[in-house]
Design a protein around this ligand. Structure first.
Ligand SMILES: N[C@@H](CCC(=O)N[C@@H](CS)C(=O)NCC(=O)O)C(=O)O
Length: 243
C-alpha cells in the first residue's frame, strides 16, 4: 500500500473531520503538522489553494475535506461514509456542504472571537504538536499572528455576532431535521453526521479531537455554549459513539 500522509493543523475542525474519517475507516496514515503561515508555500506547491487538510497518497495530493472523504470512500470502501442509495447520498452530501459552508466558518469565527483575546487559553491549542522551539517563538509573535488571523477570517465584532446568529440558525435546522433521531440521513452514521459534528466540536471540545483544550472556555463564550447545551448533546453523542 502507498504511504498516506495527512498535512494539517491540529486545531482545525476541517482537519479533525478528515482525522475522524481516516480513524473511522481504519486507514493507516501518518500526520504532518504544518506551521500556520509556513503552510502556504507547501500547500500551493502541491495543490490549488493554501488550505489544509491535504491528504497525500503516493504521488497524489487531495485537498478539501469533502474531496478527501470522496477519495477515502472510493479507495477504502470498508465502513463507507457515503450512503449507497442515490437519494440518501445526495442528502448526505447536502448536509456536508451545509456543515462546511454554513457552519464551519461561523463556529471558527465565533470561537476565535473570544479565544484570541485569551492567549494563555488559545496558545496551547494553537501550538499542539508544534516543535518545542516553535512554541516560545509563536508566543512572541502572537499579537502579529492574531492580527493576521482576524483579517483572514474576518474576526471582528459585527461579523462575529452575525456568526453567532448563524450558528443558532444552523443548530435549529439540525434539531428540526433530527427530530429525536440518531442520524441526519437514513438510519446509519454517515459523512453528514461526521461533518456536522466535527464542525460543532470546538464548542464542546471532545477529547477525541486531540488538542489541548482549556478546562472551560473563557467568558462570554462558555456562557453562550452552556445556554445551547441541549442543542449540542446530539453531536457529543455522535462523537462518543463513532469517534
Ligand atoms: N473547505 C475547506 C476548508 C479548509 C479550511 O478552511 N482550512 C483552514 C484551517 S481551518 C486553512 O487551511 N486556513 C489557512 C489557509 O487557507 O491558508 C475544507 O473543507 O478542507
Amino acid at each position: 500500500m502507498q504511504p498516506i500522509t495527512l498535512y494539517q493543523f491540529p486545531i482545525s475542525h476541517y482537519c479533525e473531520k478528515v482525522r475522524w474519517a481516516l480513524d473511522y475507516k481504519g486507514v493507516p496514515h501518518q500526520i504532518k503538522n504544518l506551521l500556520p503561515g509556513k503552510h502556504i508555500e507547501f500547500a500551493k506547491s502541491v495543490a490549488q489553494r493554501s488550505s489544509v487538510p491535504i491528504l497525500q497518497v503516493g504521488d497524489t495530493y487531495v485537498q478539501q475535506s469533502s474531496a478527501i472523504i470522496d477519495y477515502l470512500d472510493e479507495h477504502f470502501p470498508d465502513k463507507p461514509l457515503t450512503p449507497a442509495d442515490p437519494d440518501l447520498r445526495e442528502e448526505a452530501l447536502k448536509w456536508e456542504a451545509f456543515a462546511d459552508k454554513d457552519l464551519g466558518p461561523h463556529v471558527r469565527r465565533w470561537a476565535y472571537y473570544t479565544l484570541l483575546e485569551h492567549p494563555s487559553v488559545v496558545l496551547p491549542a494553537l501550538t499542539t504538536g508544534a516543535p518545542l522551539l516553535f512554541k516560545p517563538m509563536f508566543r512572541l509573535f502572537f499579537p502579529k499572528v492574531r492580527a493576521l488571523m482576524k483579517k483572514a477570517m474576518n474576526i471582528y465584532p459585527d461579523e462575529a455576532q452575525a456568526s453567532a446568529v448563524q450558528i443558532d440558525v444552523a443548530l435549529a435546522q439540525i434539531d428540526e431535521a433530527l427530530n429525536g433521531k440518531d442520524f441526519l440521513v437514513g438510519d446509519t452514521f454517515s459523512r453528514a453526521d461526521l461533518a456536522v459534528s466535527a464542525m460543532l466540536a470546538p464548542l464542546f471540545m471532545p477529547k477525541q479531537y486531540g488538542v489541548k483544550w482549556p478546562k472551560k472556555m473563557p467568558e462570554p463564550l462558555q456562557g453562550w455554549v452552556s445556554a445551547r447545551q441541549d442543542k449540542l448533546v446530539w453531536a457529543e453523542k455522535v462523537y462518543g459513539e463513532n469517534r
